[in-house]
Design a protein around this ligand. Structure first.
Ligand code: NAP
Length: 488
């Protein structure tokens, strides 16, 4: 099938309207906004441009459905999620095509996002039937203590553009499993994948009002009225730290339960005793997944002096061999960045680093032509203090900097306000445990690449956020503990 045929087939199963109370309908204002392909700079579709009246209609629907959904048996909730998993896998080619078309990552990467994203539905289908409380007797012996887990209530789920499917399933899966209704607000750059996902939830049998989606080019006109309405009980947000901080302040007015998955600046640390070939292979994956636009992407490469040249040369050679192009073209390793603004930010950081003494070992120059492409770039010998070492890059750019000992690398790796992921390469297992205790990161990958998994708790420390998604921890973000006391 021709590439445009693939996209057409995917668009044919993708709604472009809002889904509120079980109905697909246009925005109250009748307005739409365009969704673009960052590789071709062409329009893919126009989608409904929701406003505050649509947001409140979605909250009406979610509030009305809340009690019914909370009282739906865990088995029924579980089976609906499991059906959604099967349907998503059944449509994996169309969904991956949408991800590639609107976000830019290569098709193979998009397919792995579909598999990863779908796993949250299967995992939380399994968790839905394992929600339990505990019982005990108070120390004085006169009181029996029971705890139960209740759904928090209607939840606003705001997602970013870099994983248009997986960030939605990672929130909708546990919300529905716990018995919460949801309003999904996807990123305006990538709403199509989420719309197709909600269509799949509808087909899987999610009752009217339980999941609603409001697309909009004005995010705050959706979030502000919802956060001000006491019927909303939960906000789960994935995105930048700056926006997360604003939303946390707005969530204070109704004392909402909040989960925040925010920015990252992951250190990738290579010691002299590491397997350098393995470290280079891991570095390539940890830097190129999702075109480098991943919150847990390796950001800054700290390499011990004795292996710095060997690692940097191997990394630059591997990066120079990557194929850059439109993500739907077979064999492409790296697609375009998501927008022209994103590319400008990346190019500015690289130019600044070069001015401050970093060496462009490969890449580092914006190409001519259509699409927001940026070449895979390795910067060698980046001096301590260069801003790119402590800023979230969000592109296929790897600054390498040299360190001498453990104390130095821990100090430097912890010197950012972020604390999401870290990567460690060493053959010394006692060092692994020592560093795990000292590195301020929510997730540590040892001698491998990215470790995201539906069965593992994903989340960060410091300005990278609070709360965990996935694992047995993920569902508790949508549950409230209730204590019932009875005389003994
Ligand atoms: P962003 O600008 O913060 O946007 C994220 C979401 O928030 C989008 O849906 C966006 O809508 C919405 N938004 C923007 N401004 C808002 C406002 N004032 N009020 C309410 N909502 C608002 O982040 P991004 O550029 O899309 O995503 C990249 C960031 O996400 C990076 O920092 C990355 O590290 C982080 N991220 C973190 C994780 C994690 O798990 N920790 C995972 C993925 C990404 P619009 O699209 O309409 O602006």
């Amino acid at each position: 099938m021709a590439q445009s045929g693939l996209v057409e087939r995917a668009l044919a199963i993708t709604p472009t309207q809002l889904f509120i109370g079980g109905q697909w309908r246009p925005a109250e204002s009748g307005r739409t906004f365009p969704v673009m392909n960052p590789a071709t700079e062409e329009k893919l579709a126009d989608v409904a441009n929701g406003g505050s009246e649509d947001a409140l209609a979605a909250l009406d629907a979610a509030s009305q459905a809340q009690l019914m959904w909370a009282e739906t048996s865990p088995r029924t909730r579980s089976e609906i999620l499991r059906r959604a998993f099967d349907l998503l896998i059944g449509h994996k080619d169309e969904i991956a095509t949408l991800i590639t078309a609107e976000m830019g990552k290569p098709m193979a990467d998009a397919l792995s996002e579909v598999n990863y994203g779908a796993e949250f539905l299967r995992w939380f289908a399994e968790e839905a039937v394992r929600i339990s409380g505990r019982t005990t007797v108070a120390p004085e012996g006169i009181l029996q203590i029971f705890t139960a887990q209740r759904p928090v209530g209607p939840s606003l789920l705001i997602t970013p553009w870099n994983f248009p499917l997986a960030m939605a399933t990672r929130k909708v899966g546990p919300a529905l499993a716990a018995g919460c209704t949801a309003i999904l607000k996807p990123a305006s750059l990538t709403p199509l994948t989420s719309l197709a996902f909600v269509r799949i939830l509808e087909e899987a049998g999610v009752p009217a009002g339980v999941v609603n989606i409001v697309t909009s080019s004005s995010a705050s006109s959706i979030s502000a009225p919802l956060l001000a309405d006491p019927r909303l009980r939960k906000l789960s947000f994935t995105g930048s730290t700056e926006v997360g901080q604003t939303l946390l302040q707005q969530s204070a007015q109704n004392v909402l339960r909040t989960s925040m998955e925010l920015g990252g600046c992951a250190p990738f640390i290579v010691f002299d005793d590491a397997d350098i070939d393995q470290a280079v292979r891991s570095a390539v994956i940890a830097k190129t997944r999702s075109n480098g636009e991943a919150c847990n992407a390796a950001n800054t490469f700290y390499v011990q002096r004795g292996v710095a040249e060997e690692f940097t040369a191997g990394f630059a050679k591997a990066f120079a061999g990557l194929q850059v192009g439109e993500g739907l073209t077979p064999g492409v390793d790296l697609g375009p960045l998501v927008s022209s603004g994103q590319r400008q930010d990346v190019a500015r950081m690289v130019d600044e680093a070069a001015d401050l003494g970093a060496e462009r070992r490969t890449g580092g120059v914006v190409p001519d032509g259509v699409g927001f492409f940026y070449p895979p770039t390795v910067l060698g010998d980046v001096p301590e203090g260069t801003p790119i070492l402590t800023q979230e890059i969000f592109g296929p750019v790897a600054p390498v900097t040299v360190f001498d000992d453990e104390d130095e690398v821990v100090r430097r790796a912890n010197s950012t306000p972020f604390g999401l992921a870290g990567y460690l390469h060493t053959s010394d297992m006692s060092r692994v445990m020592r560093l795990a205790a000292r590195l301020e990161v929510g997730m540590l990958s040892v001698n491998t690449g990215p470790i995201s998994n539906a069965a593992a708790p994903f989340g960060g420390m410091k300005l990278s956020g609070m709360g965990r998604e996935g694992g047995t921890e993920g569902i508790s973000e949508y549950l409230e503990c209730q204590y019932i006391g009875l005389p003994r």
